[in-house]
Design a protein around this ligand. Structure first.
Ligand code: ATP
Ligand code: MG
Ligand code: MG
Length: 593
């Protein structure tokens, strides 16, 4: 039992565990049936969930929610979760996507099982491996009078399906005998009919108020080579038929999906009931439960639309740090922990709503606050010259300084220490000097004293300018014996400490400052063209100067650049000799504006 906040899915699972709903699964049919053999023995796992992506694109933040729900519930209740590639559509799959999905699930911190195989060693399932069983099940439905071959044209079928206001009309082919249906279905399988000339339909109820129950198509003819089964088949099952069977064969207990599948649930139940009756599947069958999909402001979560951004070069690729894909979020500096906390925090509900983007950012900020090493980086540099340095400190002298990398290290752990030096010249932020200070300004202006963080107190004396009046150097004097961490540090009181990087040991770095990809909070709502709301300033590249500890970053290392926000060493482009950092998230919420 878990201590996490309850939700309707947890309540359902807890009740099933209490009642032992799935503790004993049994076959209704003859034990020797070849179909059972394919499924192995009933496996009394406590609960068994699955994450069933179609390998036709990269996973996004919405899928992360689904992954965390499915794998998280299985983990919390001592069960297992399957990873299944829903590859029953022969045209769209690609191994590039298969590999990226495997990486994404693992990176999020989850591992999948198979029947009889524990997490860690199991391969993912492939729905196409069940084509043989799906075909046999279709023959069973035909023999039992539950399915028929329909030769109406697509237009006739659509017209005869009716709509919400009127019942459908029976197909003239609906009353064919099982023998005739079986013969023609086998001809379909054997390639004797043209693509699109006929379909196999479930025989349910053309007057059902649920249009999905008006004899849905379950098999179609499609001469296409499948990445797994090659040219073995020229007929392929429809998703609505394939999916319940996939769940049942894997002995899934709770099949969790998004709300748009709610209207499909009666067919899901109808199909599994028929096949269980026929002894083809174990009983009780899995049950489907729907939860609200994730809608995040300023984000689109449609694979098709995300693909358009990639193919139209609106972003640099699927892993562009502005993309809501898992690879994009990862490159942006998101951590698996932050995404897991996000999934917990938004919870599971039965009605659609919009989640504010700041909720996601808040989860990352919280995670990095305690973990990310601190460092100083100057993003908009101007040179500060300490004009008395050579006299009071010695010509060319570099004074070693240090600061803790973690201001709040975990209990009993000492923070690592960052080392850097101060000399006659340092870089400071241009905004930290004002020739004529606005009211309340506490940083550098002529006559004012501030601390260079981790270094000395300095007193500003003025600046130099070029012919255009642009400030080229800020001038100051160092106040000796005020170095941080020495007894004299507090001898001079100042109202501000500013960040800086030494000219001698600072390293140039490319820093990619990201902003929201869309200006509209609901970029694709109501049929809007989301391309029109692309933010033209979603990426600004600056050359920053960073302290030496930052230049030594490993790929994917996250830092807090003091006062600027959290940054990550870009996992693709960062090099020791040419550091590249991405802005992951600012220090404060900027989305409410
Ligand atoms: P898209 O509409 O972006 O193409 P999809 O729903 O077709 O996504 P699948 O690969 O079929 O993508 O999805 C795998 C699982 O992820 C499904 O169970 C689906 O319900 C779930 N899922 C997809 N998008 C979201 C979302 N925005 N929020 C929660 N779950 C989602
Ligand atoms: Mg899909
Ligand atoms: Mg979809």
């Amino acid at each position: 039992e878990s201590t996490k906040p309850s939700n309707f899915l947890r309540q359902i699972i807890e009740k099933d565990l209490e009642q032992g709903t799935y503790a004993t699964r049994r076959w209704a049919g003859a034990p020797g049936d070849a179909a059972h053999h394919a499924q192995g023995e009933p496996d009394p796992a406590k609960i068994r969930t699955r994450f069933p992506p179609e390998p036709n694109g990269y996973l996004h933040i919405g899928h992360a929610k689904s992954i965390c729900i499915n794998f998280g519930l299985a983990r919390d209740y001592g069960g297992v979760c399957h990873l299944r590639f829903d590859d029953t559509n022969p045209e769209k799959e690609d191994t590039e996507y298969v590999n990226s999905i495997i990486d994404a699930v693992k990176w999020l911190g989850f591992d999948w099982a198979q029947l009889g195989q524990a997490p860690g060693s199991a391969a993912p399932y492939q729905a196409s491996d069940y084509f043989g069983f799906m075909y046999r099940a279709a023959e069973y439905l035909i023999e039992a009078g539950h399915a028929y071959v329909d030769e109406q044209t697509t237009e006739q079928m659509r017209a005869n399906r009716g709509d919400f206001s009127k019942p459908g009309v029976d197909s003239p082919f609906r009353s064919r005998t099982p023998e005739e249906n079986l013969r023609i279905f086998r001809e379909m399988r054997d390639g004797q009919h043209e693509d699109g000339s006929m379909v196999l339909r479930a025989k349910i109820d053309m007057a059902s108020p649920n249009i999905n129950m008006r004899d849905p198509a379950i098999y179609r003819i499609r001469r296409a080579t499948h990445h797994n089964t090659g040219d073995t088949w020229c007929i392929y099952p429809m998703y609505t038929y394939a999916h319940p069977i996939e769940d049942a064969l894997e002995q899934i207990t709770h099949s969790l999906c998004t709300l748009e599948f709610e209207d499909q649930r009666p067919f899901y139940d109808w199909l599994l009931e028929r096949l269980t009756e026929g002894g083809l599947l174990a009983s009780p069958p899995p049950r489907q439960y729907e939860f609200a999909r994730l809608n995040l402001t300023y984000v689109i979560t449609s694979k098709r639309k995300l693909a358009q951004l990639v193919y139209d070069h609106k972003v640099s690729g699927w892993d562009d740090p502005r993309m809501p894909t898992i690879v994009g979020l990862r490159r942006r500096g998101y951590t698996p922990e932050a995404l897991q906390v996000f999934a917990e925090r938004i919870g599971v509900t039965k009605s659609d709503s919009w989640i504010d983007y700041s909720t996601l950012e808040g989860c990352l900020r919280e995670d990095l606050e305690l973990k990310a090493h601190r460092g100083m980086a100057v993003l908009n540099p101007v040179k500060l010259v300490l004009t008395n340095w050579d006299d009071v400190m010695g010509a060319g002298h570099l004074e070693p300084c240090s600061l803790p990398a973690l201001p709040h290290p975990p209990e009993g752990v000492e923070s690592p220490v960052r080392h850097f030096t101060i000399g006659k010249e340092v870089w400071i932020e241009r905004e930290d000097f004002e020739e004529v200070p606005p009211k309340g300004y506490k940083r550098l202006f002529p006559g004012n004293k501030v601390r260079l963080k981790g270094g000395y107190v300095i007193e500003c004396t003025g600046c130099t300018k070029d012919a255009d009046g642009v400030i080229t150097e800020v001038l100051a004097t160092v106040v000796p014996d005020t170095k941080s961490g020495t007894p004299g540090a507090d001898s001079v009181k100042v109202k501000a400490a500013i960040t800086w990087v030494g000219v001698a040991d600072g390293v140039n770095a490319e820093v990619r400052m990201y902003d929201r990809l869309f200006l509209d909070a609901h970029p694709d709502a109501g049929g809007k063209d989301f391309i029109e709301s692309l933010n033209p300033n979603s990426l600004r590249v600056v050359t920053a100067i960073v302290e030496p500890s930052l230049a030594n970053a490993q790929l994917d290392d996250k830092f807090q650049f003091e006062r600027h926000g959290y940054f990550v060493a870009d996992r693709v482009d960062h090099r020791a000799e040419k550091p590249v950092f991405n802005l992951a998230v600012g220090l404060k919420d900027s989305w409410g504006k």
